[in-house]
Design a protein around this ligand. Structure first.
Ligand code: DAH
Length: 340
């Protein structure tokens, strides 16, 4: 793993180290001034190395050193952020002649946001699997948000998608499923020509959330829609597993459990095993509900399909061991520079 990712990236394979890492990161958040490098927990990990069998020492020792670096970088960043405030006021009057204007920062100093870099990787994997890529919208209406997705008027399932609305009733979409009806309508002629509908929809979504390390009001989703003859749950599972293994570049353990979405029947939650052995519920998915197909003018007695939607930020967080989703929309320069 690239050394410049140290601060947010580390995923520790030794459970003992990963637990200490979590504890010390938390301690740092609560008491940013403390010296983590002198903590008893870190010292205990160093002491542990001597007690291990010689063949186990190397990998354990390397991870403890890695943790030490992560903690050191947490502390330095704290100092930098404290000492260098950024002047956000306009630096000159619009009428200042060009020769007297302060020099602009050179564009080479900037870099692409990590989410956008990762999104291109995701889209390219799906394109190789035969999916076309579609952008979602950042403003939508009630029909696309709910009606076309088989949410009856006033149904309590609507409450799970509490988001922002303009006084004219336009909605900042809470999921990318808003695009399903449009994609299905636009592509249904492909079905008549014997071709499946296969699309991935990506874009920003918005929710009225209580914010914490795993919940943001603004995040990204990646939605998939596939329709053909005789589509099965097996096709859905194989597609998602193949995608995730291509993205993380390693074999993965996955599992599903039944769930409820109005727009799929049956519905599932697809979970992925984290390096520490716990499960991350990552993807909502299922077979497209016949009413959703009907609303797009597709005959559900002839065709069937699957769909999924996942929070893309979480996928990226797991890849790089980013511990707080809020870093991604924060614009924090120290965070972003690690991905340059
Ligand atoms: N839209 C759902 C959400 O944001 C996720 C989802 C679940 C999308 C199942 C789908 C699907 O397309 O079939 O919670």
């Amino acid at each position: 793993m690239d050394a410049c990712y140290n601060r947010y990236v580390m995923v520790y394979t030794h459970q003992q180290i990963s637990k200490v890492a979590e504890l010390l990161r938390k301690r740092h958040q609560e008491h940013p001034g403390g010296n983590l490098l002198r903590s008893a927990e870190l010292k205990a990990l160093y002491d542990e190395i001597k007690l291990l069998k010689p063949k186990d020492r190397k990998s354990f020792g390397q991870e403890v050193n890695q943790l030490r670096k992560e903690l050191a970088s947490l502390q330095t960043t704290e100092k930098i952020t404290k000492s260098s405030d950024i002047d956000v006021t306009a630096p000159f009057d619009v009428n200042t002649p060009a020769t007297k204007r302060p020099a602009l920062l050179s564009s080479e100093k900037g870099s692409q946001h990590p989410l956008m870099t990762e999104l291109s990787k995701v889209i390219s994997i799906f394109e190789k699997m035969g999916f076309e890529s579609v952008d979602s919208r950042q403003i939508d209406d009630d029909y696309h948000m709910f009606g076309s997705l088989n949410f009856p008027e006033g149904h309590p399932a609507r409450d799970d998608y509490d988001t922002f609305m303009t006084s004219e009733g336009l909605i900042a979409p809470a999921h990318t499923s808003t695009m399903q009806n449009r994609v299905l309508k636009k592509r249904k002629k492909d079905l008549l020509n014997g071709k499946p509908i296969a699309a991935v929809v990506t874009g920003r979504v918005f929710r009225n959330e209580d914010l914490d390390a795993t919940h943001e009001h603004t995040f990204y989703q990646v939605e998939g829609v596939y329709v053909d003859n005789n589509v099965t749950v097996g096709n859905l599972m194989a597609t998602l597993k193949a995608f995730l293994e291509a993205y993380y570049q390693r074999p993965l353990e996955v599992r599903t459990q039944p769930f409820y979405f109005p727009f799929t029947e049956p519905s599932f939650e697809f979970a992925l095993k984290r390096p520490d052995g716990s499960w991350l519920e990552l993807i909502g998915c299922g077979l497209i509900h016949p009413n959703v197909l009907k609303m797009a003018g597709i005959d559900p007695t002839k065709y069937s399909g699957f769909a999924w939607g996942f929070g893309f930020d979480r996928l990226v967080m797991m890849k790089y061991g980013i511990e707080d989703i809020r870093h991604l929309e924060s614009g924090k320069i120290e965070f972003l520079r690690q991905f340059k």
